[in-house]
Design a protein around this ligand. Structure first.
Ligand SMILES: NC(=O)c1ccc[n+]([C@@H]2O[C@H](COP(=O)([O-])OP(=O)(O)OC[C@H]3O[C@@H](n4cnc5c(N)ncnc54)[C@H](O)[C@@H]3O)[C@@H](O)[C@H]2O)c1
Length: 253
């Protein structure tokens, strides 16, 4: 479990330029992991990597569109060359483009399925050969509470549901190889993505959270820590809600 850096291991976080991903990668860096950030937003990625480096972290950052296989292959080759094989992968990159079903275009469907699901498929393919060879790996796939279903979210909900199924299938396939694969289903987390919603909708959504507060990237981070722990070797194929109890309530807006 040691990469070229002397650290707790090499951890890749996708979609690490902002929001939950940035929170996760900062948390992992502060815990002594060598971290690799991947994001398609070059400018924000450079800012994020710079911030981490200035705090003394061992950082590799690669700009890549994770829906394209060539770009994923190149990104992971760069990371391996710079830091060593990947021990920990957090598949966090994702996007949301809500639309009532009858107005939803094929392009909106494909974009969301690619950003949330295909990206995870490609990243898992990139890291699993080394994990199997080294008989160790931890993969955490970020799904969403919205996989339960959401108004105007047929594309996003379908993609995040498929993330749960992908997680379960990979968990079975790689269980005997020392690799665990788990998912986290966050509820409403205060990030740039949430802030793109109309203010009325933001207020309405906040009122629907049983614990009466928005989640933070660190709330998700706590669950990531748990699944990445090398001691968590008997826990695989699970989906953990981090949603302030919102998965317990009935239909959401
Ligand atoms: N914020 C929430 O309330 C919430 C709730 C449930 C689940 N999630 C999930 O958590 C994850 C992070 O969400 P967030 O709120 O931080 O989102 P965000 O939009 O703030 O950040 C997502 C990051 O992923 C990157 N990204 C998107 N598509 C990419 C691609 N094809 N290639 C490379 N990078 C790509 C973006 O550039 C961005 O930096 C997503 O998977 C999202 O679906 C978020």
């Amino acid at each position: 479990m040691s990469g070229r850096f002397d650290s707790r291991g090499v951890a890749v976080v996708t979609g690490a330029a902002q929001g939950i991903g940035l929170g996760l990668v900062s948390r992992l860096a502060s815990q002594g992991f060598a971290v690799a950030l991947i994001d398609r937003d070059e400018e924000r990625l450079a800012q994020a990597a710079g911030q981490l480096e200035s705090s003394g972290a061992k950082v590799v950052s690669v700009a890549a569109d994770l829906t394209k296989s060539e770009s994923v292959t190149k990104a992971f080759e760069t990371i391996k060359h710079a830091a060593g094989p990947v021990d920990f992968l957090v598949n966090n990159a994702g996007a949301e483009r809500n639309q009532k079903f009858l107005s939803m275009t094929e392009a909106e469907w494909d974009y969301i399925l690619d950003a949330n699901l295909r990206s995870q498929f490609l990243c898992c393919k990139a890291v699993l050969p080394d994990m199997v060879e080294r008989s160790f790996g931890r993969i955490v796939n970020i799904s969403s509470r919205a996989w339960l279903g959401g108004f105007g979210q047929a594309n996003y909900s379908a993609a995040k549901g498929a993330v749960v199924s992908l997680t379960r299938s990979l968990a079975i396939e790689f269980a005997a190889k020392g690799v665990t694969v788990n998912a986290i289903a966050p509820g409403l987390i205060d990030t740039p993505l949430f802030r793109t919603f109309k203010p009325e909708l933001q207020e309405q959504l906040k009122r629907s959270i049983p614990v009466r507060r928005m989640g933070t990237p660190d709330d998700v981070g706590l669950a990531v820590d748990f699944f990445l722990d090398p001691a968590a070797s008997y826990i695989t194929g699970q989906t953990l809600y981090v949603c302030g109890g919102r998965s317990l309530s009935s239909v959401s807006v």
